[in-house]
Every structure is written in C-alpha cells, then in structure tokens.
Design a binder for this molecule. Sequence first.
Ligand code: HEM
Length: 499
Amino acid sequence: MLDAVGDVFLCSNVTWALLTVLVSLLWWRSTRPLSDVPPGPRPMIPILGNILQLETDPRKQFAKFRRRYGDLFSLYIGNKHIIVLNGFETLQDLLVKGGDKLSNRPDTKTMEMVGGYKGIISTSGKVWREQRMTSLALLRKLDFGKQSMEDKIQEESVYLLDAIAKENGMAFDPNPVIGNAVSNITCNMIFAQRYDYDNDHFQLVLHMINETLHMVGAFSAMTFFPFLDYIPGDVFGVGKVKANLEKFSEIILNPMIKHNIDNYDPDNCNSFIALYLKEMYARKTSGKETALDVKHLEQVVSDLLAAGTETTTSTLRWLLLFMATNPEVQAKCYQDVQTHVGNGRKPVLTDRDNLIYVQAVITETSRLAAVIPMGAPRSVTEDMWYKGYRLPRNSMIITNLDSVLMDEKIWGDPKVFRPERFVSEDGKLIHREELIPFSMGKRKCMAETTAKIELFLFFSHMIQKFRFITEPGKPAPGFEPAFGVTSAPRAFKICAIPR
Ligand code: HEM
C-alpha cells in the first residue's frame, strides 16, 4: 500500500518536474530576445508573452511601442513571433517595393476557421494569385467599378432613402438599412439579386457578419492559442463564430451556389457565380492546372460579402456620425451638392470632380475612421533583411495602417476631423499617397474603386435629401469605436430631417 502511495507520489513528482521544465523552456523560448530581429517589449508571462501589455484596441499601445522601439517592433504571443510595421516609409518599402515577400497570410487556426485556406482572404501563393486575379477579371466583366455599378448603386440609394424617410425624422439606428443597402451592391454582383430591407433572413445574415467580425476574443484565441479550441465551453466565442459561419453557408451561400449550378447556362451568365462556373469548366476541360473549384467559389463569395459589407457600412456610419456632430461641415456638404447638382436629379459619378468638399469629407472620414486600422495579417515567405533587422520566415506581420493615418508628422493634427486638409488653396482636392485605409501593394483591398463609388453616391444622395442631427435631449453619441476585425462606431441613433 505504502509502496503504491510512494509510486503515485514519485510519479506526480516526476510529472511536476517535467511540467516545470516544459514551462521553463516555453518561458525561455518566449522571452529569449532574438538578437537580430526588430526589438520590442520583453514578454511578461510565459506562453502569454506580451498579450497582457495590449488592449483590445492596440492602437495607443502600438504608438507607444513605436516611439520607444522604432518603426519595426517585435511582439511574442503564444508561439508566434509578430513584427509590427509602422510608418509610411516602412510600409511602402516592404509592401510595395519589396514585391511579394510579405504577401502571404499566416498559417493560423483563425485563417483555417474563417476561410479553410480557400477563396481570397485566407489563401497564399499560387492559389491566392489565381483566385484573386480570376475574381478581379470576372468582376470587371460584370462592369464592377464602371457604369452598371453606378446604376445599381443609384437604384439602391432610392430604396435606402425611402427607408430613411419612413423614420419620419424620429431617432433611428442607421446600421441595418445602410448594411442592407451596401451588401445589396455586392449581392447584385455575386447573385444578380438584391434583398428587401424587411427580409428577416437577410437581416440575420447581416447580423451574423457584423457579430462575427467583432468577436475579437475568438480570433485572438484561435490565432495565438489554438489549443483553446479543445477546451469545453465557449469562453472565447469560437463556437459562436463557427456556428455563424455554418448558418451563413446554410441560409445563403449553399442554396445560391446550388441554384447557379443547377441552372447553369453558359450563354447567360449575369452573375459572378455563373461567370466563375463558366471559367472553372473552361479551365478544367482545357486540361489547364487550376485551383478554381466549387469549394473555392463558396469561399470567394463569402469573402466578398464579408469584406465588402462591414467596411463600407462602417465608413458610411462614421460619415453620418461626423455629420450629425459637425453641423457646419454638413451644411457645407449640402451647399456643395446644391451648387453642383441641385435638387432635381440624383448625384452621379461625374459630379465627383465638382463636389470637392463632399469628397474631402469622405476622404477625411476614411482617414480618421481607419475601419481596418491594422490591415489584415501577413506572414514572411522567406527570411529577409530590412534596415539591419532580420524578418524571419513565417513570422506574422501586422501592417499598422493607423500609424500612417494618424501620424502627426504627416497630418499635423491627426486626431482632429478637418476635411479642409484635403482642399488646396485654389479649391482642388489634394491627393495624399499616405492616405492608405485600403492598405498598399499587391494584397491591398481588391475593391477600392467600387468602395469609393459606393461611399460617394450613397453619401451625397443622403446629404441631398436629409439633414442629420443627433437625438434631441440625449447626449451626443461618442466616438470610441467598437473594435474588432474592423473599427466601427458603437450603435448610435440619429434623426434624418427631410430637406
Ligand atoms: C471603405 C471600404 C473598404 C475598406 C476601407 C477596405 C479595406 C481593406 C483592407 C485594409 C484590406 C486588407 C488588405 C491587406 O491584406 O493588407 C482589404 C482586403 C480586401 N477587401 Fe476591402 N475594403 C473596403 C471595401 C471592400 C469591398 C466593397 C470589397 C468587395 C466587394 C472588398 C473586398 C476585399 C477583399 C476580397 C480583400 C482581400 C484581398 C486579398 O486578400 O487579396 N473590400 N480591404
């Protein structure tokens, strides 16, 4: 008996000793400063590394680290070495002039969870290039970014304005209608279909996209501590994200793709899905090596919807928030629309050249809102050197766009909402290469042109027809963002007074 107890004791002692060695090794590994990589704050706790030194919104902390360690600094979380790139020169050197070396996405559980290494956003290398190039070519065939896109946005803005008018000047949350209008533009391209604003099914889809993109705990857990996936319960919301993704496929994605496959007609391809199928069949019959297949198609569609909806919607919501809280700026926008468009017709794309102040307001909002302030994560494809530092292969790269968009050396007073900074003395729109809310280089946003068209047409049309004010008798909404994959305004209500 005593022997047995002694054995257990010995055994547990050995286990503890092994565990101690293991933790010490991990601790040593995670705190050991690699001498040739960019410097950074020393990791505080074994395994967790620097994570406790960061807030959910890491912008302020990153600005401090940049001041202390320079334009490149290292962080260690879990078993990941992260290099944060700051400043315009660094981003331009590494993302644009550096070619493809930082074009891959990191190989993490998050990428596996959201994209399954299919589609555009989560893929890398040859597969990514083929999906992105093909998708861009097909979207261009659909006139994405040109005339028919303009017509679609104008048609949709009529629905949007009707929905806003129905609020009768009372306080309302603009998020659902704007989200619906924006995603209808993408749905039109992908499915050749729009959804009414009272379609409960579609509202659920929008809610799920929105909710998922703000579940930052789940994304951090899966990126840095993938073993948490096996822990019972759903403490970090990973289960919720997976459930949302499955529901999204079940409600909209799979039925739409099945419908297109079942009704495939090569002579009548008027949607992105149909065109993708046509291209896929053509490449397969010609015997060409190709990564086009139905699984990739599902993910490309999902990527376009997710990437296109929340970003543009959030920017439009920031615009409305800035207008309601800066009535003098809104009055100048209205004056601009009155002078160059009047009331008798909708604003059109060619009005952009004349509506300089409206353009300056959209540009300043895109800068200050920085809806994807940290870009999307990248990884280093092969060991490389920059300014005397080694960027080891497979390190995770964070492109801190916020460090450029909020750089005092570039903008002087970056925290101030001042559209005039984009208007020259002779009344022209000033283009600044440092304005990079869409990121830079080969992996920058695929749809910058379309997003800008959507922002201009939706915004100028809303300003033409309504004056936006904060809810009377209530404190004005704050500017502290809801931080997730995107930086969106927190839920707020405004009143739209018809002009
Ligand atoms: C104001 C609106 C938008 C902003 C600020 C924005 C910004 C961005 C940013 C910062 C990235 C990450 C680039 C990187 O990897 O570093 C990105 C990627 C992407 N965006 Fe946008 N975006 C907007 C609208 C849209 C729209 C309307 C669509 C499509 C309908 C779209 C589709 C995509 C796709 C597919 C990617 C992934 C590109 C890749 O991995 O190669 N975006 N966007």
